[in-house]
Ligand binder design. Structure first.
Ligand SMILES: [Zn+2]
Length: 243
C-alpha cells in the first residue's frame, strides 16, 4: 500500500517527554519511509518555541532540496513574536516552503484573538496552507474553525481528527483532517462527511507507522475510501512539482 503522510516531524528536538526521542534526521527518515512504503510526506520541525524555529525551518528546506519528490516542507513560526511575519515571508520566498504548522497549545496563543489577525492575513496572502494541532484549550477545533471561516480560501488541516473536528469538517469546505492518533470510528464518521478531505497522518516519530496505519485499516469503510485517505486526497491537494 503506497502511503502519503500529512504529519511528520523532522530535525533536532528540544527536550520532550523522556520516553520519546523525537530527534530524527533526514537520512533516517527516508529509510523509515522506504520500509513502510511512504511515497511523500509533509515534514516540519519538532516543537521548540523561542528563537529556534528559523534554523529548524532552514533544515526542513535543506531536506526538501535533497528529496523534492518525497518531502513537502512546512515551516514553524511562533506567532507571538515580533518577527513572526518576517519569518513567514522568508519561509515562503527564500526557503520555498509549502505551508505552515501551528500548535496553539505549545506555542501558547489563542488563534482567534485579534492580535493574530495580521499574522493570518499574511499567511493567507502568501497562500500557505496551515496544519493545526488540535486538542484542548487554545487548540480547540472551534477556535481554528473561526480562522477557516474568516479566510475561506485558506487550506486548513486539523491534526489528529478529534471528535470536535467533525463539525468543522462539515461546516467549512476549506478544512481537511489528518488521522494521527484518531479512532477508526471517527474516520467512519468523517468519511460520511467528505472522504476527499481526510488525509492519513502518522505523527512520526512520536507515533509509529504500524499503529497509525492500523487505525485506517480497521475502519469499516470501502477500500476505495481507504485509498483516498492513504494516498489520493494528499496527491490531489499537494500536486507534485513538474520537473
Ligand atoms: Zn506532531
Amino acid at each position: 500500500m503506497k502511503i502519503c503522510d500529512a504529519h511528520v516531524h523532522l530535525g533536532k528536538s528540544g527536550p520532550w517527554q523522556p520516553y520519546m526521542k523525537p530527534t530524527i534526521y533526514v537520512d533516517e527518515l527516508i529509510r523509515l519511509f522506504n520500509k513502510y512504503d511512504v511515497q511523500r510526506a509533509i515534514v516540519f520541525p519538532n516543537p521548540n518555541v523561542g528563537d529556534k524555529y528559523p534554523e529548524m525551518n532552514d533544515y526542513i528546506a535543506a531536506s526538501v532540496k535533497k528529496h523534492p519528490e518525497r518531502l513537502v516542507g512546512f515551516g514553524r513560526v511562533d506567532p507571538r513574536r515580533e518577527d513572526a511575519i518576517k519569518e513567514l515571508t522568508r519561509m515562503k520566498n527564500k526557503l520555498a516552503l509549502t505551508g505552515l504548522k501551528l500548535h496553539p497549545f505549545v506555542e501558547c496563543f489563542r488563534p482567534d484573538h485579534p492580535f493574530f489577525n495580521k499574522f493570518f492575513q499574511k499567511t493567507s496572502q502568501l497562500k500557505l496552507p496551515i496544519l493545526f494541532h488540535t486538542g484542548d484549550g487554545f487548540s480547540s477545533p472551534g477556535l481554528i474553525q473561526k480562522i477557516a471561516t474568516r479566510h475561506p480560501h485558506m487550506t486548513i488541516v486539523l491534526g489528529h481528527l478529534r471528535e470536535g473536528c467533525l463539525g468543522a469538517l462539515k461546516e467549512c469546505p476549506n478544512i481537511y483532517v489528518e488521522t494521527s492518533g484518531t479512532l477508526p470510528n471517527l474516520i467512519e464518521l468523517a468519511a460520511d462527511i467528505d472522504a476527499d478531505r481526510i488525509l492519513f497522518g502518522s505523527d512520526v516519530p512520536y507515533y509509529r507507522y504500524p499503529t497509525q496505519i492500523a487505525i485506517i485499516e480497521s475502519a469499516e469503510i470501502p477500500q476505495k475510501i481507504k485509498n483516498k485517505i492513504f494516498h489520493d486526497s494528499f496527491q490531489a491537494l499537494f500536486k507534485e512539482k513538474q520537473k
